[in-house]
Design a binder for this molecule. Structure first.
Ligand code: ZN
Length: 79
């Protein structure tokens, strides 16, 4: 067990794998569920629309994408 700071809120937690506390983990799960719902309903949704519909910032959505937590791909802009 290592003592680390939660990467979301900075709270000191013990963690073996992810540096995220249970509170932030739950919040993140809810946000990801919202994003997945929006993408399922409209797979071609743009990042801005996705952000508006889910109420989650584009920065956060991009972070989820980079972490591989959501499979959403930003549609090509040359359509
Ligand atoms: Zn936290």
């Amino acid at each position: 067990m290592a003592l680390v700071n939660c990467r979301e809120c900075g709270k000191l937690i013990t963690s073996e794998s992810e540096a995220i506390c249970p509170v932030c983990s739950q919040k993140r799960d809810r946000e990801m569920a919202k994003i997945r719902d929006c993408v399922r309903v409209n797979p071609k949704i743009s990042l801005l629309e996705l952000s508006a519909q889910s109420g989650i910032s584009t920065k956060r959505i991009i972070q989820f994408m980079h972490e591989g937590l959501i499979t959403y791909q930003t549609p090509a802009t040359n359509e």
